[in-house]
Design a protein around this ligand. Sequence first.
Ligand code: HSE
Length: 434
Amino acid sequence: MDKIKIGLIGFGTIGSGVVQILASSRKTIRQRLGAEVEIVKIADLDITTDRGVEVDSGMLTTHADEVLEHPEVDVIVELMGGYEPARTFLLKAVSCGKHVVTANKALLAKHGDELFTAVEDNHVSIGFEAAVGGAIPIIRSIKESFVANEISTVEGIVNGTANYILSKMSDEGCDFDVALKEAQQKGFAEADPTFDIEGIDSAHKIAILARLAFGTPVNFDDITVQGISGITSGDIECAREFGYRIKLLAISKFDGKSVDIRVHPAMIPQSHPMASVNGVLNAIRVCDGWMGENILVGHGAGSLPTGSAVIGDIVEIARGILSGAKDRLPAQSFRKSEMRSIPIMNIQEIDSEYFLRLSVQDTPGVLSRISGILGDHSISILSVIQRGRAESGSGVSLIMMTHRANEKDIQLALKEIDGLNVVCAKSNFIRVEN
Ligand code: HSE
């Protein structure tokens, strides 16, 4: 019986999930692969904490080089996260002719060009299914199932922490801080939740998906990123009244000329399938002219869902090794020679419908002054709600939905509106994705 030998760097949440699944699914994997998958060395700076899985203590090391330079290792699995030293370790593995599997979305989003080039130049394979959407097979779907599809849109809910918080705010009417605290207590949100709640994690993931779907490198810094920390329970309540739910969306769309790529909270109709994807679940929607719309839903995080995606990659690479077809799939979905640099659309160029939340004095003529400014910027109002009557000195909320308008016009109009002496606080807007 053949054996495929694995070296693991990073023995945290996902690493221990990989060890657990490999131990429990030994027979299933052998039945499907026709070979054994065996971990021979595991490196982590902390090798004393109990990970809840059994490993031979001789297998553990604090020196990553013992994994990278292990002569028997066929596949290096990097699950430590972060930019460095993960980048250095993966480049070293690849230059030594080892295949690699990683769940490191931040690294792929920021240093994808360098890593993919190294993989292609060294004729090894890279698996990174676990980097986006945990157990959802979106990378494999784009690379293999949608190979004949001119993808126009890849978008979705790709951060479980943010989705949990927004779902809780929607279902229980609680404030952002309360929902975040509960997410932390339940272990869904990190002690420092910045990457998740400020949209950075989602931006890493959409940078990877856009690269594969459209065949273009994406400069991470060109992505407009806005998180959910400014969303109030009032926004969520108004969204509900208008028939919408607020979700943190990672969006990428290709119109044949440029890529519109952005992460921000968005209102989506309550009837849309993604509106009912709640809690820590993720959903990714892929559209094209042949299949129409395809939505994949599942667990985007967690030891076992993400661990199972890592093992799917290991087995795919093992099949390549055993059959001698290790370069079968282009690392970036498109062949290296076919990758092109597609311009990224400036957010100011997009058209959308908008939800506007203004705080204004409740006096005659205010609405006409505001609608006048919106009209001057070619923004047409779909509906308006005013909330309550003001106590003396404080503002009332004026909520508006617009017809499709240009982002630059919206930003200019709100700047002008915020300069009016009848406006009590900075105005806010949320894009509506219908
Ligand atoms: N922190 C991510 C999330 C999971 O909350 O979805 C890992 O990508």
